[in-house]
Design a protein around this ligand. Structure first.
Ligand SMILES: Nc1ncnc2c1ncn2[C@@H]1O[C@H](COP(=O)(O)OP(=O)(O)OP(=O)(O)O)[C@@H](O)[C@H]1O
Ligand SMILES: [Mg+2]
Length: 325
C-alpha cells in the first residue's frame, strides 16, 4: 500500500494547522495516510501530484495556489474546497440560489461597480449601464437600514450599515472597483453560525454585536427548533453549493431564519474564536474527511461535475473516475 499524503495550505491562522496534521497522522497511520504542510512553487502543467488531498485554506489570497490547485484536481488530487467553484461563487449568486431552494435571505440587490480599471472608457464600455443609479428604487426594495457589502469578501471588510440614502451613496463612493451588494438589514432577535464539514453541521449561537473573540456564545447553545432549523437549512445550502467546509450564518427575525453569510469556504477554525468543543469537532470531522478522500472511501461532492472530465482519461482506481463518459 503506497503512502497517501494530505497537504495543508494555510494563511495566518496558527491554532488549526499543527493539531490537524497531528490528528490526521494519528488516525490515518493504519490506513497509510500522512499529513504535512504542503509545499508548492513553480508547478508544471503535467506534474505528477505529490498529494492525494490538499486542504486549501488560503487560495483566495494567494492566486498562484488557485492556479496550481485547478491543475492538481485534473492530475488526481482531491482539493478541499473545489477551487473552480470557490473562484466562481459570490454572495449575490448564493442569495438567488437560496431563494430557489427555499432558504430565506434578506432582499438583495447587486450594484454596478463604482470605479473601473484604468482604460475603461465610460462612453464605450459602460453603454449598457443605467446611469445615474436608481437609488430610490433600489432602497424601496431593500428598505432602510440596509447593509452594503462586497459580493465576495470576508473579515467584515467594507461592510457598512447605512441608515439613509446619503449614507448609502457615501459608503458606495468608497467601494472602488469592488462589486457590492445592498441588503435589507435583518433586525434579528437571535443568531446562529453553523460550521459545516463533509455534510455534517455544528450549530452555535453567535452574537455579532460582541468583540471578535467572544462572538461564538458557548454558555447558551441553541436547542430545539432553532438548532434543528439551523442544521437543516445550513445542510441544504452547503449541499447545493458543494462545499466540503464552510460556515453558514443565520439571523433570526420573527421565527424566520435568514441566511446572512454562507460564502465562507475557508471557515474560521481558530480555537480561540470557535472554542474548545467546536475545535475538537472540527479536528475530528476534518481529519476523517481527508482520510476518507485519501483512501478513496469517500468522493468529493463535486468530483466529475466539470465538463472537462468528459475528455480526460482517468486511471480506473482513481476516485475521480465517477466522471460522466
Ligand atoms: N443583511 C444583514 N442583516 C443584518 N446583519 C447583517 C447583514 N449582512 C451582514 N450583517 C452583519 O454584518 C456581519 C458581517 O457581514 P458578512 O458576514 O456578510 O461579512 P463577511 O466579511 O463575510 O464576515 P465574516 O468574515 O464574519 O464571514 C454579519 O456577521 C452580520 O452581523
Ligand atoms: Mg464571510
Amino acid at each position: 500500500m503506497s503512502e497517501q499524503i494530505v497537504g495543508l495550505l494555510v494563511g495566518m491562522e496558527n491554532t488549526f494547522p499543527a493539531p490537524f496534521i497531528a490528528a490526521v497522522n494519528e488516525r490515518g497511520r493504519a490506513a497509510g495516510v500522512r499529513a504535512e504542510m504542503a509545499t508548492l512553487g513553480g508547478t508544471q502543467e503535467f506534474e505528477e501530484p505529490n498529494y492525494a488531498v490538499i486542504v486549501d485554506r488560503i487560495s483566495h489570497e494567494v492566486p498562484y495556489y488557485r492556479a496550481a490547485l485547478k491543475s492538481a484536481v485534473l492530475m488526481g488530487t482531491t482539493v478541499v474546497n473545489d477551487p473552480f467553484w470557490w473562484e466562481a461563487d459570490e454572495k449575490f449568486f448564493e442569495c438567488t440560489l437560496a431563494r430557489h431552494i427555499g432558504v430565506a435571505v434578506p432582499k438583495t440587490v447587486v450594484l454596478p461597480n463604482h470605479s473601473y480599471i484604468e482604460g475603461v472608457d465610460p462612453q464605450r464600455s459602460l453603454r449598457n449601464l443605467r446611469y445615474p443609479l436608481p437609488w430610490d428604487e433600489i432602497l424601496e426594495y431593500t428598505g432602510l437600514p440596509a447593509v452594503l457589502k462586497p459580493n465576495t469578501g470576508g473579515g467584515w471588510k467594507d461592510v457598512h450599515i447605512v441608515n439613509s440614502r446619503d449614507q448609502l451613496v457615501a459608503a458606495y463612493d468608497t467601494s472602488g472597483t469592488k462589486t457590492m451588494i445592498l441588503q435589507e438589514f435583518i433586525d434579528w432577535q437571535d443568531y446562529t453560525r453553523c460550521i459545516c464539514i463533509g455534510g455534517d453541521v455544528y450549530v452555535m449561537r453567535y452574537d455579532p454585536r460582541r468583540e471578535f473573540a467572544y462572538r461564538y456564545v458557548i454558555d447558551n447553545p441553541p436547542d430545539g427548533r432553532l438548532r434543528e432549523r439551523s442544521e437543516e437549512l445550513a445542510h441544504r445550502l452547503v449541499t447545493a453549493l458543494g462545499y466540503d467546509m464552510d460556515t453558514v450564518e443565520f439571523a433570526v427575525r420573527d421565527d424566520e431564519l435568514y441566511a446572512i453569510d454562507f460564502l465562507n469556504p475557508a471557515p474560521d477554525f481558530d480555537n480561540f474564536s470557535i472554542k474548545e468543543d467546536a475545535f475538537s469537532w472540527v479536528l475530528d470531522h476534518m481529519s476523517s474527511l481527508v482520510i476518507d478522500y485519501a483512501t478513496g472511501q469517500r468522493t468529493a461532492p463535486w468530483t466529475g461535475n466539470h465538463r472537462f472530465w468528459q475528455f480526460v482519461q482517468q486511471p480506473a482506481e482513481d476516485p475521480a473516475n465517477v466522471a460522466p463518459r
